[in-house]
Design a protein around this ligand. Structure first.
Ligand code: SF4
Length: 325
């Protein structure tokens, strides 16, 4: 099934079609990626960031945050424990922290790839040469959300960043053979429904393999602290439409969904999502990685399994690549 931009806009604007859309997305998910849910073990290894994204609690001007860096050897041990627990994918996420240079990241990647797992990186904008070095060391996937394809809004939300460089990163990663993940924030101030339709079409155009969609949640230590939170249902609709249009991609039920709705992750899994990313960061640090407030943390694998089984789904035993998922 394919929708034009106007059809996407109409669906996003018309809430009377919601049940139809969520059921359709669930059906497309079942037909294309099956009932298995992929668990990815998420390690948030540094909350230090040089960027100033206006919605993010980790932005560099925020002084009311306890910053941390996990030592490279400790990141590797944390991954080893997660693999022992049964995770087949490790996701390494951080702010844009220059301490983790090309050489440091290569050491971490090689260490983790000694274990039986796929490895996803989510560490921001880097040069083609960095991305190539990480790939050569064994990194499999890379997440870098575009957040919004509205250039003007992108500029307002990301001081000192460049939309074209963000797109360059996504293209470089594709060229290098990574599985590439992107996504958007739904409910940013001044964001239009038309631009959300453009976001969905952009995911398709660049050939993304993974799409993470989350509602905007106002963080008290950011310039957007007084803005209204994004709408859960609208974020769910963007996610469901992404499933319908992109079919066999991997789509996480994001933590932000659960922050706005106590059953957010279950609802997302029943509206197109097929991935859950429990946090496996050492407890000492996990509460300090606060992009938005009250971040839900499905840190316990047993709890993730319980949720997935409660809706009749199974945990995947594979690495969860797009092609063989
Ligand atoms: S969104 Fe990412 S790049 Fe932007 S400030 Fe937060 S951690 Fe840094």
């Amino acid at each position: 099934m394919n929708f034009s931009k106007q059809e996407i806009i109409n669906i996003l604007k018309d809430d009377s079609q919601n049940d139809w859309l969520f059921e359709l997305a669930d059906k497309v998910r079942r037909e294309n990626v099956g009932d298995e849910v992929h668990l990815r073990g998420l390690i948030e290894f540094s909350n230090i960031c040089k960027c100033m994204c206006k919605y993010c609690g980790l932005r560099s001007p925020n002084k009311n945050i306890d910053r941390y860096r996990i030592e490279p050897d400790d990141v590797i041990s944390c991954a080893e424990k997660a693999v022992e627990l049964g995770y087949k994918t490790i996701v390494l996420q951080s702010g844009e922290d220059e301490f983790y240079s090309r050489d440091v990241m290569c050491k971490i990647i090689k260490g983790i790839k000694e274990f039986d797992c796929a490895l996803t990186l989510s560490i921001g904008e880097r040069s083609f040469e960095d991305y190539k070095a990480f790939k050569d060391c064994g990194a499999d996937r890379y997440l870098i959300r575009i957040e919004t394809t509205d250039r003007e809004l992108y500029k307002k939300m990301h001081p000192n960043m460049d939309f074209d460089n963000r797109v360059r990163c996504l293209k470089d990663l594709k060229t290098l053979g990574y599985e590439v993940g992107t996504g958007c924030l739904v409910g940013l101030p001044e964001q239009t429904i038309e631009s959300l339709a453009d976001d969905i079409l952009f995911f398709k155009e660049i050939g993304a393999d993974m799409i993470g969609i989350g509602p905007f949640i106002a963080h008290p230590e950011t310039p957007l602290k007084d803005c209204e939170n994004g709408n859960f249902t609208l974020a769910l609709k963007v996610m469901a439409l992404t499933r319908v249009l992109l079919k066999n991609v991997n789509i996480p039920a994001t933590t932000a969904m659960e922050t706005l709705n106590p059953n957010g992750r279950i609802i997302a899994l029943q509206s197109g999502a097929n991935v859950v990313m429990p946090n496996v960061t050492t407890e000492k640090f996990s509460s300090k990685y606060e992009i938005y407030p009250d971040k839900s943390s499905l840190s316990d694998r047993d709890e993730a399994e319980r949720i997935i089984k409660s809706i009749g789904r199974t945990i995947s035993k594979g690495y969860g690549f797009r092609s063989n998922s």
